[in-house]
Design a protein around this ligand. Structure first.
Ligand code: PLP
Length: 401
């Protein structure tokens, strides 16, 4: 007999660590913006694996690239060269405007790479005293889950019980350029920031913030490192969120959609002054730059350009935001977003966002709450107007109940 949703939920409850609280839906198929559960019910994906499936589920070019590469060679390690990594990194450098890229796998590894690069740059290039380097970060940041990264998180849930913490980080408020300038000391090597804080509930900094960050970091000779893992690769309606202010950081971290939803691929990108702090042996990853991931990366970047994905995200994001703003609902506080990263805040006096996400699921829309009060609306960037209208009708219905 076919197993039901309940069978799967019961099993996973028994054997999986409880480090997530997923909606009670068990997916077994995906295509484009849509996913299907084990009972055959169809849903619109409004989370896109936290922006890892910007290109849509199982984009034909992604699947072809993966299958073709799987038929040739999948893993070499970096002890040898492979014929996919160079072309992948060349394309990535061309698209980002940096001279060099260091491929890793998960976003957290990309951020760890940035932290290591910044510290070593501080010692080698800036002459900061041994073990004194400081990196400035923002409150409510999300950069991943390693011990070092949660060491500079301000969210107790991410940190509690995981100490001792890695020292060397200073936290300032997000969106406050003056606070950045005040926090800089002779030991500061870098400022690490998300151009939009997605996990914190789609927090958008004041206009001009990134420009001022660029100016301040340049004047004080510290690295400006943008974590574009979630905001980059089209999500905000430009290829990178920093493009909205015409800002070019000293380094960027990319991940998520870099693997086109089929493979974990991340990268740290920078120019020679930063990247040449790495020498053979002082950093690495067995899987980083592997041929399967690199082939996926080439296809993922190709789709973004060929299908004008950022432009589409801008167009559809503007449309969805405008339509949502017309929803006269007493439950809704602020609606904010840029491109197709949209947060709908549920008033704390009404309820948390979770019950709304559960109702959306019953209506055939999979969205996830973030930080209790915000429903995140983040479909794959290939969504068309017809699908958006289908979703808007259901979102309106749920919000107005
Ligand atoms: C998801 C995310 C990360 C971590 O990526 P993983 O692949 O989950 O390790 C880091 N920074 C930001 C902004 C993210 O959204």
């Amino acid at each position: 007999m076919a197993r039901s949703t309940q069978d799967y939920l019961k099993e996973v409850d028994e054997v999986s660590a409880h480090n997530y609280h997923p909606l009670p839906v068990v997916l077994s198929k995906g295509e484009g913006c849509w996913v299907w559960d084990v009972e055959g019910k169809k849903y619109l994906d409004m989370l896109s694996a936290y922006s890892a499936v910007n290109q849509g589920h199982r984009h034909p070019k992604m699947i072809k690239a993966l299958k073709d590469q799987a038929d040739r060679i999948t893993l070499t390690s970096r002890a040898f060269h492979n014929d996919q990594m160079g072309p992948f990194l060349a394309k990535l450098c061309e698209m980002t405007g940096y001279r060099r890229a260091l491929p890793m796998n998960t976003g957290a590894e990309g951020v760890e790479t940035a932290v290591k690069a910044a510290r070593r740059w501080g010692y080698v290039k800036k002459g900061i005293g041994e073990d004194k380097a400081e990196i400035i970060v923002c409150s409510d940041n999300f950069h991943g889950r390693t011990v070092t990264i949660v060491s500079f998180s301000t969210e107790p849930l991410y940190r509690d019980g995981f100490g001792p913490m890695t020292p060397g980080f200073k936290v300032i408020p997000f969106g406050d350029a003056d606070a950045l300038e005040r926090a800089i000391t002779k030991n500061t090597c870098a400022f690490l920031v998300e151009p939009i804080q997605c996990e914190a509930g789609v927090k958008i900094p004041p206009d001009g913030y990134l420009k001022r960050v660029r100016e301040i970091t340049k004047r004080h000779n510290i690295l400006f490192m943008a974590d574009e893992i979630q905001t980059g690769l089209g999500r905000t309606g430009r290829m990178f969120a920093c493009d909205h202010e015409g800002v070019h950081p000293d380094a960027m971290i990319l991940g998520k959609a870099l693997g086109g939803g089929v493979y974990p691929v991340s990268a740290f990108v920078a120019d020679d002054d930063v990247m040449d702090v790495f020498v053979p042996g002082n950093h690495g990853s067995t899987f980083g730059g592997n041929p399967l991931g690199a082939a996926a990366g080439i296809a993922a970047l190709g789709i973004l350009i060929d299908e004008k994905v950022p432009e589409r995200a801008h167009e559809m994001g503007t449309y969805i935001m405008n339509e949502l703003a017309k929803t006269g609902s007493d439950s809704v506080g602020e609606i904010r977003g840029r491109g197709l990263i949209i947060g709908v805040e549920i008033k704390a006096s009404v309820s948390k966002a979770r019950p709304f996400c559960e109702k959306l699921m019953q209506e055939g829309i999979l969205a996830k709450e973030t930080h209790d009060q915000v429903i995140r609306i983040c479909p794959p960037l290939i969504i068309d107007k017809e699908t958006a209208d289908w979703a808007l009708a259901r979102i309106r219905k749920v919000l107005s109940r």
